[in-house]
Write a protein that binds this ligand. Structure first.
Ligand code: SAM
Length: 232
């Protein structure tokens, strides 16, 4: 099965339990990572943000709370994930987002129209990372910011922590997936995909090769996740 079909099946299957599973398997810490991603960025008033692979809208909701004048477009390839997000946003009275079902590798937007492109835990799921990065670059205005939150593969010196993290990732998370979301295999895939993602420095180079400048990364939680930032 090709990667895009696999990803579609994974997120079709997990959509209804996506938010609760994130809370359980990260002990709620994903909320802090997402808060930090949004808080560290000084979004300017009335700017336009494209949240790529925006799923159930966690990043969009945080951005709108921080700066209500921003116009946020949430784009995701999976309509089931977006539908969950739309319901969640309505419940939170966030009615101003544009929701667009589209592939990050072929964005249905004109060149140079967004001030920020955000993507949280999405870039490792796309089939062609270079295409997705190029598309983010294309739709950003000059001086626009690319802000990407993603897990990093673990290269820990500390053997005890590595053992614990591996055990938790490969044994406990799929088990929780099978109990809560009735889907062990999707969570096996999600864990495996983290290990296959490039290191922070390698990904930084990929972003730079697209043409972004001032590319930098900031590790969070001892490098379990990393925030990558670049400027067009
Ligand atoms: N950004 C959200 C968050 O942080 O909660 C959702 C992250 S979820 C782990 C990954 C999302 O990437 C899924 O909603 C999936 O449908 C989306 N995705 C995967 N491949 C994509 C692609 N090629 N284009 C757009 N979205 C994609």
């Amino acid at each position: 099965m090709d990667k895009s079909q696999l990803i579609k099946e994974v997120f079709d299957s997990v959509a209804s339990h996506y938010d609760i599973m994130n809370d359980i398997i990260s002990f709620g810490i994903h909320r802090l990572w997402k808060n930090k991603m949004v808080n560290i960025t000084h979004f300017t008033k009335n700017s336009k943000v494209l949240d790529i692979a925006g799923g159930t809208g966690d990043i969009a909701i945080r951005i709108a709370r921080r700066e209500p004048s921003i116009q946020v477009t949430v784009c995701d390839i999976n309509q089931n994930m977006l539908s969950r997000g739309i319901d969640k946003a309505i419940n939170l009275n966030q009615l101003n987002f544009n929701w667009v079902c589209a592939n990050a590798e072929n964005l249905p937007f004109e060149d140079s129209i967004f001030d920020y492109c955000t993507i949280a835990f999405g870039i490792r799921n796309v089939s062609d990372r270079k295409k997705a990065l190029s598309e983010a670059y294309r739709v950003l205005k000059l001086n626009g910011k690319f802000i990407c939150l993603e897990f990093a593969p673990m290269h820990y010196q500390n053997e005890v922590f590595t053992k614990f993290y591996n055990l938790y990732s490969f044994k406990v998370i799929p088990k929780i997936g099978s109990i809560v979301a009735k889907d062990k295999n999707s969570y096996k895939y999600l864990v495996r995909s983290i290990r296959e993602f490039p290191t922070q420095a390698e990904f930084q180079m990929e972003i730079e090769k697209i043409g972004f400048r001032n590319v930098e990364f900031h590790d969070m939680s001892y490098g379990i996740v990393t925030l990558h930032i670049g400027t067009k």
